[in-house]
Design a binder for this molecule. Structure first.
Ligand code: BES
Ligand code: ZN
Ligand code: ZN
Length: 488
């Protein structure tokens, strides 16, 4: 979807649909006030009314959307309004619409425009690649929104909209990857996707196939991938170069293109959504696309461990002891706790970049759903500065995270008698013990683990910019984290 900027007012420009966003408690422009009964529309958050102005103002249709009171209208509200506008345009089958805000928000216009554009891109998202029975109303696409602004604000709004659009597309890219079925997005195909992303954006990409993994000793990835005919991969996507003023940030993603549980097989219902077990990888893909397109002045490295976890005559077994890339050994107690095993190789690999921070994203544990539900990402780590930065990024991006503790007692729980570590420590504190397992592979580097098992997939989208199934969670959060680093 294209987003343009024009100087002027929505009310004075011809359009099939003009959208005017208004604050609650502010008087409407005089020519609009005559068109609507004051009691029928107050401008409360996400309130809508569609008017047919019959020449009173220039657009053929005028949609009023409420943004709530000026004091309360934050970036999240602008994200939602952006999405609502696109969705109404789609319902009306208007391919191009104009949009403006009446009045001055209390937040920066630049940040409001970022959120607005993010909302439009995300709100326009559908995953209908596999539908052949769509009608014309369903296939209809909104192609362009033109934001109207005052001359002195146009540059800031334009800059914001460009950035927001890139971020929004990063999110929908991640959603597409998560929604792709396991048979069509195997580890090999995910590797191809990384190469394609590199070709499109200029990211430096390397993909290790099974032979290379074997040669280099990626024992964790190989063990988990062993039971599948679809061979595992490891991917490196790199933006920029490290230098004194460009610290290295490593993002690590779990890329289980399908998680059956392996020999510790999952029950059927638990498997239904397990094509989404690469949502951490998808978030890293989305972030890397954004980082490259915005050409952020940082050295950012995305690392993906990818495998398919299947039961077979050649699958790894409970009781096996796996030697990971780090040399550390892992006793496998449950083959369904495979994420931490493949991630251990990627986390160890991350150390070679001497990073300022390692942030890892994964659909790691069902236990995080019990702890926090489906709307909050679990965060665990040992570096308080990094955790604070991520918490703040969560608030700003709307992808909120909540920290669980990682005290020493939990580290004891993943020690094994026959190996260095065991991959399961029972039900209590299941998300935390998984995180402490991961922390054993990052050395002393600042590390944060984001457990998105609850937030990566939704059956009940609650906000206008959300869509059912893959959420693309992590992209906005991590991009905001990077923007926060750059803002100082
Ligand atoms: N991929 C799952 C975690 C998951 C569960 C993601 C639900 C999304 C929704 C992970 O590999 C897994 O199965 N973890 C086990 C660990 C247990 C065996 C220690 C779990 O959470 O039950
Ligand atoms: Zn599993
Ligand atoms: Zn898994």
């Amino acid at each position: 979807m294209e987003i343009g900027i024009k100087v002027g007012s929505v009310l004075n420009e011809r359009a099939d649909l003009g959208v005017l966003c208004v604050f609650e408690g502010q008087p409407l422009p005089a020519e609009v006030a005559n068109l609507v009964e004051a009691e029928d529309f107050r401008g409360s958050a996400n309130e809508k009314v569609l008017l047919y102005p019959r020449g009173a103002v220039s657009p053929r249709r005028l949609l009023l959307i409420g943004i709530g009171s000026i004091g309360k209208a934050n970036v999240e509200q602008f994200r939602q309004v952006g999405a609502l506008a696109v969705q109404e345009a789609r319902k009306l089958k208007v391919p191009e619409f104009t949009i403006g805000v009446d009045g001055q928000p209390s937040i920066s216009l630049f940040e409001a425009a970022v959120a607005f554009a993010e909302g439009m891109e995300m709100g326009a998202y559908r995953f209908w690649r596999y539908r052949t029975n769509l009608n014309t109303a369903q296939t209809f696409e909104v192609t362009k929104a033109t934001i109207f602004a005052q001359a002195e604000n146009a540059a800031a709004i334009n800059q914001g909209a460009v950035i927001g659009r890139v971020i929004g597309r990063g999110v929908t890219y991640a959603r597409d990857l998560v929604n792709s079925p396991g048979y069509s997005l195997t580890p090999e195909k995910l590797g191809d996707e990384a190469v394609a992303l590199g070709g499109r954006t200029g990211l430096k990409v390397k993909v290790f196939d099974k032979a290379q993994l074997t040669e280099q000793g990626f024992g964790g990835i190989l063990a988990v991938g062993k039971g599948s005919l679809n061979e595992p991969r490891f991917m490196i996507m790199e933006h920029g170069q490290a230098s004194a003023d460009k610290p290295t940030i490593c993002f690590v993603g779990k890329g289980l293109t399908f998680d059956s549980g392996g020999l510790s097989l999952k029950p059927a219902e638990a498997m239904e959504t397990m094509k989404s077990d690469m949502a951490g990888a998808a978030a890293v893909f989305g972030v890397m696309q954004v980082v490259a397109e915005l050409n952020l002045p940082l050295h950012v490295v995305g690392l993906i461990s990818s495998a398919e976890n299947m039961p077979s005559g050649d699958a790894y077994r409970p009781g096996d002891i796996v030697t990971t890339l780090s040399g550390k050994t892992v006793e496998v107690l449950n083959t369904d706790a495979e994420g931490r095993i493949i991630l251990s190789d990627a986390l160890f690999y991350a150390q070679r970049y001497n990073p300022k921070a390692i942030v890892e994203v994964s659909t790691l544990t069902g236990a995080i759903i019990i702890a926090l539900g489906m709307r909050t990402t679990g965060m665990m780590g040992t570096d308080q500065t990094l955790l604070d930065q991520l918490s703040k990024a969560g608030e700003v991006s709307g992808e909120r995270v909540w920290a669980l503790p990682m005290w020493d007692e939990y580290h004891q729980m993943v020690k094994s008698e026959v190996a260095d570590l065991k991959n399961m420590a029972g039900r209590p504190a299941g998300s935390i013990t998984a995180a402490t397992f991961l922390a054993a592979f990052v050395g002393d580097y600042p590390f944060a683990h984001l457990d998105i098992a609850g937030t990566a997939w939704t059956t009940s989208p609650a906000k206008p910019y959300e869509s059912a199934r893959g959420t693309g969670v992590g992209v906005r959060l991590l991009v905001e984290y990077l923007r926060g680093l750059l803002a100082g």
